[in-house]
Every structure is written in C-alpha cells, then in structure tokens.
Design a protein around this ligand. Structure first.
Ligand SMILES: NC(=O)c1ccc[n+]([C@@H]2O[C@H](COP(=O)([O-])OP(=O)(O)OC[C@H]3O[C@@H](n4cnc5c(N)ncnc54)[C@H](O)[C@@H]3O)[C@@H](O)[C@H]2O)c1
Length: 397
C-alpha cells in the first residue's frame, strides 16, 4: 500500500484518475463540492461512460476510495491533485473561480512537504503566479515548504486505444524535487511519464495540443463546404490524402467542435496572447469558422426543403461527440436555435442525453420532413427514419 492522496474534482478527469491511483495501490480521497455527485459516487454510479460502476463500487466498498465534500482530508494526504473545471465565463473569458475556490479550500489543510499537482487546463503562468500564491496565503507556508507540479490531463472519453495507462503524461515541477515526486507518483500507473523543463512549457503544451485540433477541425470543415459545392465527397478526399504516410493527419467534418476542451482551451491561449500584445489570427479565424458551422447547416437544410417555416425537422444526436452523453458547449444547440429562428418545428433524438434544455428525446420515425444527422451515435438506426431526406453533417454530399 502506498500513501494517501486526495483528488479534488470528481468529473471526467478526476474520477478516472482517482480509480487508476486506487488500482495502483494508493488510498484515495475523492473530494467534490457537489454533494449530489458525492452521494451518487458513493452509491457506485459513476455517470461517466468510461468509468465502470463495478470497479467504482469495489474500491468504495473496500474503503480504498473514500468520497467526501470535506477538504479536511487533504491534511493527511501526501499528494493532492486538482481536477476542477476551467471553463469560460459569460464574457467568453477564462473563468478560474473553481480553481481559486478549490485551491483556497485545500490551502487551509496543506501540510509541509506535500505535493500539489494541477491537472486542469490553464494558460501559461497560472500555476506559478495564481495557484502558488493562493496556497501560500491560505496555508501560511512558503513555497519552499511544499511541492507543486503541473501535469495536463489528456483523457479522451471513450477512446478505446488510448487510456490513462498508455497515454504519455507530461510533468513539470516548480523544482527538481517536485518534478521527481510527480514522476514517481504517475509512474505507478502510467507507462510513459515525460518531464519537461518548466511549468509554463507543460501548461502551453496542453493549449497547443487542443488549439491544433480546433484549427484543423475548422480547416477541414471549410474544405468540406468547398467539396459540397463541387459535389465531391469530403470523406473520400480525406481517406485518399491519408494514404500519404507522412506529413498529413486526418481530421473529419462536423457541425462544429464542442465539449469542455476544444472550444475552450484556445480561448485561454488567445487570452494570454492578448495580455502580452500578441495576435492569434489562426485561433480567431478557426473560432469564427467553427461558430459559423451550425448556421451553414441551417442553410444546407434550406437547400433541401426550401423555406423551413413550419417544416418538421428532427435533429439526430445532440451531444458534442458520438457515443457520449456530454452536451457541454455542443454546437448542436446553435443548430437547433438556427432552425427554430427560421420557423422550423424542431424535435431532437438522443437516447444517451435523454433530457436537455427542458425537452425530451423523441423516437426516431418517418414523421418528419427532414432529419439532420448531427452527432452519429453508434446505436442510432437510421432505417427507422424510413425514406425521409437526411442531411448528414459528417459528409459533404
Ligand atoms: N473532460 C475532458 O475530456 C478533459 C480532458 C483533458 C483536460 N480536461 C480539463 O480538466 C479539467 C476538469 O475537467 P472535467 O471534464 O473533469 O470537468 P467536470 O466538470 O467533469 O468535473 C469537475 C468536477 O469538479 C467539481 N468542482 C468544481 N469546483 C470545485 C471546487 N471548488 N471544489 C471541489 N470540486 C469542485 C465539480 O463538481 C465536478 O464534479 C478542466 O480544466 C478541463 O479543461 C478535461
């Protein structure tokens, strides 16, 4: 048995991490300020597609995974991981309130010699200039008396090939000792741990990874629109280009990017750039193209039906990506709003999401003028739509 650790934030990142640490032999305290979530997890219901309820129940039952909303448990932990959300606020700017509150609550129980690792996505400088001062203020300790590292999470929910164990993990410590402690911890359950030179390199690497995806997805959507006009199948084009063994990486068209990371993280990068007087034209353009995609597909619906007024339209799949129930930042919301603005009578089907924005998923049927395939979950059986026209947002034809 290794020492006791705490994981603050029991969501898509924190819960799988907590269970991986349990499996490696750590005794884990899962802390979350959402009491409902704590109660659900204690009852063995993970609520996350990737996290097996049986595994969760096993560790809860045998006492190796303890769940609480009380931060006092931090005082007996040698390592404290922070996995709270870092979203955007109403003004579309980075919102660090959850991080500030979690750091402040944990600082009151921080003990000398312990290691705090931040996993939430942040802009460069946040660990050094935002997190550490909060920890120092609340604990009364100076940063020489505890250890700090940043290690960005790379989890990709439902990815069957890459998981917490085989996805290489970047780690940077405030000091060499912090780095060594973080490597020692992650190496217990992750195959490849890669130290990098500074907190800021690790923070920026995460933003680069997700900005790269946003730019490339927006780019392929623009090419998809181009192919549509020419009657060329974008997926045939991508598959053909992907036969090149070097210098090309396939990205696929969609109604736009969603989720907690890809639409959000580039804004953190752009925000920092703005503070230091650097333009981020690629990001700005990619964000703009991405935002235009739902409207573009409203136009494609009009191409098929003429006026959408009083037309019955079924939107199929509303989560931000296939096979998950996560609707955070889903571009399908804008698609539905755009169709409603044009006077369409819009219903949606998604048996994973079930209930959303006060409405319920309707059954797949041929009782519509048009179906728009927005998020193609594997379970969806399109034959249930009969012969009604289908607009496929994952294709250009
Ligand atoms: N979801 C992903 O696929 C993914 C991938 C890589 C990185 N990230 C990053 O990881 C971080 C966490 O994301 P997530 O998807 O796990 O979020 P999430 O919303 O699924 O989970 C976060 C949890 O933190 C809890 N929380 C919020 N404020 C708290 C506080 N002050 N004290 C204690 N608990 C608090 C929430 O109740 C929630 O349960 C974010 O920075 C995100 O950008 C997410």
């Amino acid at each position: 048995m290794f020492s006791k650790i705490s994981v603050i934030g029991q969501g898509y990142v924190g819960l799988p991490l907590a269970l991986a640490a349990c499996e490696a032999g750590y005794s884990v305290i899962g802390i979350d300020n959402n009491q409902n979530k704590i109660d659900k997890l204690k009852g063995g219901r993970s609520g996350i597609e990737d996290v097996n309820d049986e595994k969760l129940s096993k560790y809860v039952r045998n006492g190796e995974f303890k769940l609480t909303s009380e931060f006092i448990e931090v005082s007996s932990s040698s390592i404290v991981l922070i996995c709270v959300p870092t979203p955007l606020d109403d003004k579309h700017s980075p919102d660090l309130r959850a991080l500030e509150s979690a750091a402040s609550d944990l600082s009151k129980h921080l003990t000398e010699g312990s290691l705090v690792i931040l996993e939430s996505t942040v802009e460069p400088g946040t660990t050094r200039d935002f997190l550490i001062p909060i920890l120092e203020r609340g604990s009364g300790l100076s940063k020489e008396n505890f250890h700090v590292a940043f290690s960005p999470e790379r989890i990709d929910p439902l990815n069957k090939n890459w998981n917490i164990k085989n996805t290489p993990k970047i780690v940077a410590g405030l000091t060499e000792k912090s780095t060594a402690m973080a490597i020692n911890f992650y190496s217990k359950f992750i195959d490849t741990v890669i130290p990098v030179d500074s907190l800021e390199v690790a923070e920026t690497a995460k933003l680069l990874e997700n900005t790269f995806r946003l730019v490339n997805i927006s780019f392929i959507n623009e090419i998809s629109n181009f192919c549509h006009r020419l009657g060329i199948d974008i997926n045939d084009v991508i598959n053909a280009a992907a036969t090149k063994p070097y210098g090309f990486m396939p990205f696929y068209p969609s109604v736009g990017v969603g989720g907690h990371c890809i639409p959000v993280d580039p804004v953190y990068l752009a925000n920092k750039a703005d503070q230091i007087g650097i333009e981020t034209r690629f990001i700005d353009l990619a964000v703009q193209i991405n935002k235009e995609m739902p409207r573009y597909f409203v136009g494609r619906a009009e191409e098929k039906l003429g006026s959408l007024k009083e037309k019955k339209v079924l939107v199929v799949g509303v989560s931000y990506k296939p096979n998950v129930a996560d609707v955070r930042e889903t571009p399908v919301e804008e698609l539905i709003n755009g169709l409603v603005k044009k006077g369409a009578d819009v219903s949606w089907h998604d048996d994973l999401v079930k209930e959303w924005n006060g409405k319920k998923s309707v059954a797949l049927s041929n009782n519509f003028d048009l179906a728009i395939l927005a998020t193609p979950h594997h379970y969806i059986d399109l034959s249930k739509l009969g012969s009604i026209p289908i607009l496929d947002t994952r294709s250009s034809i």
